[in-house]
Design a protein around this ligand. Structure first.
Ligand code: COI
Length: 347
């Protein structure tokens, strides 16, 4: 690749696995002596760190995930960028890491995208996933907050994260996060700790798990790496209320706003797993789905609890598809962006 080329020519947009390949360039900045500097966009490259670098030892790593879309008029849209920047800073604060200035995050990503614009192809099922992350780089084995960090942004082509409705299992042994923990932060440790239960569930034939609260193992928290929502009787959108053990999902927030516009009643409150099971057993129409940047809306087909599988409502008239279409129409510029969610890239 030379400096003027915007995309390497050999990438197969029809046939790739999410997250395995990045685009050609990345953004980097370093934090030292109390400030961010050494900002640059460079070819994607390996980074060299001391084996004493603190990110290897004490888990000071924070990331975000957002997406760029090609709109129907050809412009590029980065969805809810400002909300992602704010959430990243909340995560950084929780992990005792320095905040990212708005211009470093926003202008940096927009500049990177401008150079990588050919990676945002015009295809309704495609998006370019943006992964900003910060890692602790100070060389020091004492348990402390690092004084040095690296901020990087890589971009990765994406189609559907899940390509079929999910069979999920209610996890009754492990928990994702406890109150007072760091569950609301997008720090690497939350995801690392979720892997073993996830692998175990896969071995049992499930695609994902539903996390329960740590204290009583009674209330639903999230599903895998997504927030979880239920649409009851095609009328009421129900989701666990936020807490410091649940990620403040930006897709979750968007869907709650759009649901109100669609005339659904929205309830954010503690949701006992027994309530959902009871409703399904009573023959109520219960739609269940995960929501997240990567997954958007991922319908759940069955919820297994105490060894029994309960089927949810998945027919073509399910309200969750309406919500998904509404969200996607705004992102593509087909519906008005009344909330100011679309951050357009200057041509
Ligand atoms: C996201 O939806 O951005 C996530 O964090 C999910 C995952 C790819 C870790």
């Amino acid at each position: 690749m030379n400096q003027t080329e915007t995309r390497r020519p050999d990438f197969d947009f029809e046939n790739f696995t999410f997250g395995v390949q990045s685009t050609d360039r990345m953004l980097m900045a370093a934090y030292k002596q109390g400030e961010w500097s050494d900002y640059r966009i460079a070819p994607v490259q390996s980074v060299s760190l001391s084996p004493l670098a603190m990110c290897f030892h004490y888990g000071q790593t924070v990331f975000e995930g957002l997406k760029a879309f090609r709109m129907t008029d050809g412009k590029i849209n980065v969805f809810r960028m400002e909300s992602h920047w704010k959430r990243m800073n909340r995560s950084l604060e929780r992990m005792a890491m320095p905040p990212l200035p708005r211009n470093l995050f926003m202008d940096g990503i927009l500049e990177l995208l401008k150079m990588e614009s050919d990676w945002v192809i015009d295809d309704p099922d495609y998006s370019l996933y943006i992964r900003p992350f910060v890692i602790a780089t100070e060389s020091k084995l004492g348990v402390d907050a690092s004084q040095e960090y690296l901020f990087m942004v890589v971009l990765s082509p994406m189609r559907a994260y899940y390509n079929k409705p999910l069979k999920v299992k209610v996890e009754t042994e492990y928990i994702r996060s406890a109150r007072g923990g760091a569950g609301a932060a997008k720090n690497g440790g939350n995801y690392g700790a979720s892997l073993l239960p996830q692998i175990n569930a896969k071995k049992e034939g499930f695609d994902q798990i539903i996390w329960l609260d740590a204290q009583e193992k009674k209330y639903i928290e999230e599903s895998g790496t997504m927030n979880i929502l239920f649409l009851l009787s095609g009328e009421t959108l129900l989701t666990p209320s936020l807490s410091d053990s649940i990620l403040d999902g930006i897709t979750r927030d968007s869907l709650l706003k759009l649901a109100r516009e669609e005339g659904f009643t929205v309830e954010e409150r503690p949701v006992a797993i027994e309530e959902i099971i009871q409703r399904i057993e009573n023959g109520e129409r219960v739609e269940a789905f995960g929501a997240g940047t990567a997954a958007v809306i991922s319908p759940i087909e069955t919820i297994s609890f105490k060894g029994k599988a309960f089927a949810t409502y998945l027919e073509a008239d399910a309200g969750m598809y309406r919500l998904k279409n509404k969200l996607s129409s705004i992102r593509k510029g087909l519906n008005p962006d009344t909330y100011g969610w679309n951050q357009l890239l200057d041509a």
